[in-house]
Design a protein around this ligand. Structure first.
Ligand code: AMP
Length: 214
């Protein structure tokens, strides 16, 4: 499986990617996660990225492309990859195509997870992540059993800095103007599939699997 996951922030791409990993063992490459790790580690790249992320803007293509190129070149990607949150604009999509051609592992599918815009704000403001294992929750739709603690490992839950209301608005604007046009990009290539990202995580996952034939 060589897959790009498309969808607005809060559409549930990360959650579905994690379920696909459990099922197929194929690595997820989330540029958001890679960037947050660089920020946490305090690297130069992380410092540069943080100023853009805090404003809800896209990190420069040069930074993200370098990170993705390095990750795709690692051995575990030979069996496939799930790109989550990348590409985010047409320039990244074109650069990705070139990179994959060179590596000899072109995309099979681009899967779009579609969620009505009015649901996204609630999903994003309610989102919480476990500091220890990365498990995701939503205080409205999928709360942990004990407030503030992860059901799986007991780790502390936190809210991402960019999941605050003002930043979310900006991220959704950036999605509409820069990322949504990628649907057409992949449609023209004949590899676009779509599912509605509404319902329980399991219901959506079963739609994802039928769309991908996995
Ligand atoms: P995400 O976790 O995918 O919602 O990403 C969080 C933030 O990281 C975004 O709002 C951007 O600032 C940055 N980011 C993640 N992926 C990319 C990308 N492919 N290109 C540029 N910026 C990105």
């Amino acid at each position: 499986m060589r897959l790009v996951l498309l969808g607005a922030p809060g559409a549930g791409k990360g959650t579905q990617a994690k379920k696909l990993i459990e099922k197929s063992g194929i690595p997820q490459i989330s540029t958001g996660d890679l960037l947050r790790a660089a920020v946490a580690a305090g690297t130069n790249l992380g410092k540069e990225a943080k100023s853009f992320m805090d404003k809800g803007e896209l990190v420069p293509d040069r930074v993200v492309l370098g990170m993705v190129r390095e990750r795709l070149g690692q051995n575990d990607c030979k069996k496939g990859y799930i790109l989550d949150g990348f590409p985010r604009n047409t320039a990244q999509a074109e650069a990705l195509d070139k990179m994959l051609e060179t590596l000899g592992m072109p995309l099979d599918s681009a899967l779009s997870v579609d969620v009505p815009f009015e649901d996204l704000m609630k999903r994003l403001t309610g989102r919480r992540t476990c500091k220890s294992c990365g498990q995701m929750y939503n205080v409205y739709s999928n709360p942990p059993k004990k407030e503030g603690a992860c059901d799986k490992c007991g780790g502390a839950l936190f809210q991402r800095d960019d999941d605050k209301e003002e930043t979310i608005k900006k991220r959704l604007d950036v999605y509409t103007s820069q990322t949504a046009p990628l649907m057409d990009y992949y449609k023209k290539k004949g590899i676009l599939k779509s599912v509605t990202g509404v319902g329980s995580i399991e219901e959506i996952f079963s739609k994802v699997c039928s769309a991908l034939g996995c």
